[in-house]
Design a binder for this molecule. Structure first.
Ligand code: PEP
Ligand code: MN
Length: 338
């Protein structure tokens, strides 16, 4: 629900209304400040509020129901783009942020050499999986805590913030301490227990779209994290399940303008998992930037044929550096830097 106040309503009146809303309990208020109008956006369980109750405040112009179930993630509640600071790198601003690195951390030498190459090519953030959600229990599950340590070392040595996937609430503390962005993988997008725990942190969260999640479900997952107080959510399109089998997933680039219209949160695209094919990464990256994405997350491996995970979709450092050069032109056309 949104409460639109009359132009130039004085602060003491606004406070009076806020106190009234406060007494209703369980409702949070977002301030949307225009040139001379103020709008209060209410989130929480607003279903039991009678909009007519606000008529007694003569400075209330009108109330409006918000059709979408997501409130804090809704652009109506926050008209400007959200810019998130992740270890000194801004995501959602003018700069297109490229996160790159191996699917999984395999060894210190591997992650460090890839990190150096990615940094030299212009990546801003280092990615690397330590806890891997594999379809087969017999497949490489990641190096776990050791992998996280190696990623941290590589991040520190190259001066790059790091992003890695969390799989269990048991690891909240260590992820909060060690990584700059906590990734919620596609398979955990609706792990509401995990989302609620992450909502108590202030750490940026890279929230990947579930394998068959609708746009509204993705935004409601973001709302879970925001409802608990963590506003630092980055949305990530990584491809969805369709009838098509040529590609690993169907990269839904049409989600970008929708998310940008409906939400103020930054949008990142993962063309590696989105296609599953390394040679498609360049064209899909260009298209993502042209469509308005704020960043990309790309898998890079120094020896793709021998990668322990996702070699077929990983770029070599050389191809990655060529890609970075080719993205500059697209970013420029879009009035952005990379
Ligand atoms: C990954 O980024 O390595 C990963 C497993 O991604 P997703 O959750 O999108 O499959
Ligand atoms: Mn992967």
């Amino acid at each position: 629900m949104m409460i639109i106040l009359r132009p130039n309503t004085q602060q003491d009146k606004i406070t009076q209304l806020e106190n009234y809303i406060g007494r209703l309990g369980g409702i949070e208020i977002q301030h949307i400040q225009g040139q001379d109008t103020t709008i209060l956006g209410l989130s929480g369980d607003t279903s039991r509020i009678d909009p007519g109750a606000f008529d007694m405040f003569e400075f209330v112009e009108r109330t409006m129901k918000v059709a979408e179930p997501y409130k804090k993630a809704n652009r109506k509640y926050h008209p400007e783009n959200t810019v998130i600071n992740a270890g000194g790198v801004e995501i959602g601003g003018k700069n297109i942020v490229v996160m790159a690195g191996p699917c999984s951390v395999e060894s210190e030498a591997q992650v460090l050499s890839i990190a150096r190459d990615c940094k030299r090519a212009g990546a801003a953030i280092l990615r690397g999986g330590a806890f891997k959600p594999r379809s087969s229990p017999y497949a490489f599950q990641g190096l776990g805590m050791d992998g996280l340590d190696l990623l941290s070392i590589a991040g520190r040595k190259t001066g790059m913030p790091i992003v890695s996937e969390i799989m269990s609430t048991d690891h909240l503390e260590v992820f909060d301490r060690e990584v700059d962005i906590i990734q919620v993988g596609a398979r955990n997008m609706q792990n509401f227990v995990l989302l609620k725990e992450l909502s108590h942190l202030r750490k940026p969260i890279l929230l990947k779209r579930g394998l068959s999640a609708t746009i509204e479900e993705l935004l409601m997952a973001a709302e879970y994290i925001m409802a608990g107080g963590n506003d630092n959510v980055i949305l990530c399109e990584r491809g969805i399940r369709t009838f098509e089998t040529y590609t690993r997933n169907t990269l839904d680039l049409s989600i970008i303008p929708v998310l940008k219209r409906q939400s103020h949160l930054p949008v990142v695209v993962d063309p590696s998992h989105g296609t599953g094919l390394w040679w498609m990464v360049e064209s899909m990256s260009k298209a993502a930037i042209a469509a308005g994405a704020d960043g990309l997350i790309i898998e890079v491996h120094n020896d793709p044929p021998h990668a322990r995970c996702d070699g077929q979709q990983s770029l070599t450092p050389l191809v990655f550096s060529q890609l970075m050069r080719s993205l500059k032109a697209i970013a420029q056309v879009e009035g952005r830097d990379i």
